[in-house]
Ligand binder design. Structure first.
Ligand SMILES: [Zn+2]
Ligand SMILES: [Zn+2]
Length: 185
């Protein structure tokens, strides 16, 4: 077990474990693992936790609990916020190659199962990435009652005083207001 950040985060070579009998297992600590997400979405805290890989009759069962935090922005006041995400891993990975002959297996029979790579590596990264993307809220807020930004000065309404003098109002807004009054009669 190691707590050092891993060079290839969330990827393990399981060739040794595949050679053992069903039930054999290995425990791994994960720390500081970074998963590329998508444009504009990053991690406020890298992925950390523990993973256990267990030899099954057919392949390797990955079980574990990981946590991370997404870096987002409040949809109302635009302050940076951190969204903690807990990820539970429970997925069986089947070999891509026949273990005795080394030939590729007919994976098209079971297209939806997770597969080890041709190099007997178990890659948890794509699974973790999907879970993180699923956890991203559509409109995250820094707190449920966030009042958002002041329409006059553009600063957060929960900071400072917003009793603005009339001449501080954006001239374009002022023009609009005058127009409305005239229009309404
Ligand atoms: Zn906010
Ligand atoms: Zn203001």
């Amino acid at each position: 077990m190691t707590r050092e950040p891993v060079a290839e985060p969330l990827t393990w070579n399981v060739a040794g474990l595949l050679a053992e009998d069903p039930g054999a297992d290995r425990a791994y600590e994960v720390a500081g693992a970074v998963v590329p997400l998508e444009e504009g979405l990053g991690l406020a805290e890298p992925v950390a936790g523990s993973v256990r890989l267990r030899r099954t009759n057919r392949g390797i069962l990955a079980e574990g609990r990981l946590s991370a935090a997404l870096a987002a922005e409040c949809a109302r006041c635009l302050r940076p916020i951190r969204i903690p995400v807990d990820i539970r891993i429970d997925e069986e990975f089947l070999p891509a190659l026949d273990l005795s002959t080394g030939r590729p297996l007919a994976t098209e029979d079971e297209p939806d199962v997770a597969r080890l790579t041709d190099h007997h590596e178990l890659e948890l990264g794509p699974l973790v990435r999907d879970e993180l993307l699923l956890a991203e809220p559509i409109a995250p807020v820094c707190r449920p009652d966030c009042p958002g930004l002041c329409a006059v000065c553009g600063l957060p309404l929960d900071e400072g005083v917003h009793e603005h003098e009339i001449d501080e109002i954006d001239p374009r807004l002022e023009a609009l207001r005058a127009f409305r009054v005239d229009d309404g009669g």
